[in-house]
Design a binder for this molecule. Sequence first.
Ligand code: HEC
Length: 473
Amino acid sequence: MRFDTKASRMFIAAMIASVAAFLQAGVTTAKPFASCAHMPLERSTAYNPQTKRIDIPWRTDLPTALPLNADHAWSNTELSDWRAYMAAVLEEVKRGDLSIHDQTISMRSDAQWWISPWMDYTANGRERNLGLTRERSPDPGDLAPGSPGKLQVWAVGFYNQEGAYALSQVFAQPCDPSVPTADWTFPANSASFKLLFTNATNTQVPYLDGAPVVLAFIDKPGGGREEQTLRLLQVDIAVQDPRSATKWVFGTFVWKGPKAGDGLFQNLVPVGLMWGNDPTADTQSRGDFAVLAETRLNHDLEGIVWRGPNQTWDERPWPGFQGRLNGPADNLRSSCMSCHALAQWPRSKALGIVPRGPNFTLDALNAKVARDELREKYLKNVVGGKLTLPSEAVAETGWDGATSLDYSLQLEAAFSRLCRACKDGALQGPTPRVCRVQGAMDYIATAVCPALSPMGGVILSDSASDDEPLPRQ
Ligand code: HEC
């Protein structure tokens, strides 16, 4: 009998790789990062060369069951009672003892909050101190009147047990996540929160006065990363709530100084909550706020987070498009739900995740026809599990058809980074199924990830991803 088939050679190579990774993990990993053994630890952007480990302090032991007692205070709160709803979500965050002190973030080791695998690769991949990922750079005037461009925003997001259980199913095979099938959704009461930090100072952004600071390895001018100080800017939440017509609810808080007491939570001011995009809400002129039934905003933040009456702040007339919800870190032509509704695999070829280009500049949007185009394309009410553009489910040449990721852009980010790792040869072995879907940015036609560059050099994940779109544009 001969075993020398391609498949058996691959199998043996994979065995050797996983035994090697196991031995390496045995000596170097204190807290196992739910990672795939086919990528050497040192190729992860979260790898700490001093300790030779991945040290980020978050839970990666994704739960394999739903909670037995799934009581959530928000389920007994009307969406229109939006401040109470948001407070109920924050209560569950507090239960994990989240705190920001001594320039770091901590939670109890048994907190019921988990992070997603596969976000630790590429130029935007998790940094090594706190697992922050790089987000969109705000435009000049986005965060506050006169705030500069080229600032950095870095964030870390967590899922509760329901959400992390869904991730455990997708990532049941850590090197080969499953591609969600049509109509796949997160379970009810899946919830997520995300902390966003910026290197802006409180002189540039006055409401950051007294904001908790953390040290993280962020991008340095000219390439590479270095430890820098970041301030807490925004805290996002998302909940799968069957009462919402879209099945999702999105909300955000900002840090607003001066610091009150010594807690983190006293200074988190709700910006608003949304459960739909109000697809038909229209206005006479561009600068107006539309009358919205599915967004609630905290008008106390007028003049602080967006333009107030009699204020010159042309870059930020509203938080999200015409008063729909977005935070200061976000693109004002969009909304939380517009961008997240485009969480799908592969990414929408017609829409991307955000309106961009010459048709959608603030000037162009002075024309009603441009605003209508934006509204009709990007401000739909998409039910979780469905596509913004249902026609993209249909396969055609070079496109295998898209499926929804049910509002989870972390899943999209994780898949994209996994495929980039395979394409770079950082991930070895069989090509993950998600990367064999035609239309994916790093679509890979071969059954096995391309070998490491024959030059012998390790391709730096940083330099290999110049064309990677910033995750949150
Ligand atoms: C233009 C796109 C965009 C907009 C607008 C946007 N997000 Fe996100 N968001 C992302 C991307 C991309 C990720 C995944 C990458 C990451 O977490 O770093 C993400 C991740 C998240 C997560 C983690 C769980 C998940 O779904 O992936 C939450 C919670 C979240 N966003 C909430 C919000 C809220 C609340 C708003 C509005 C205040 C908002 N987002 C606006 C792009 C966007």
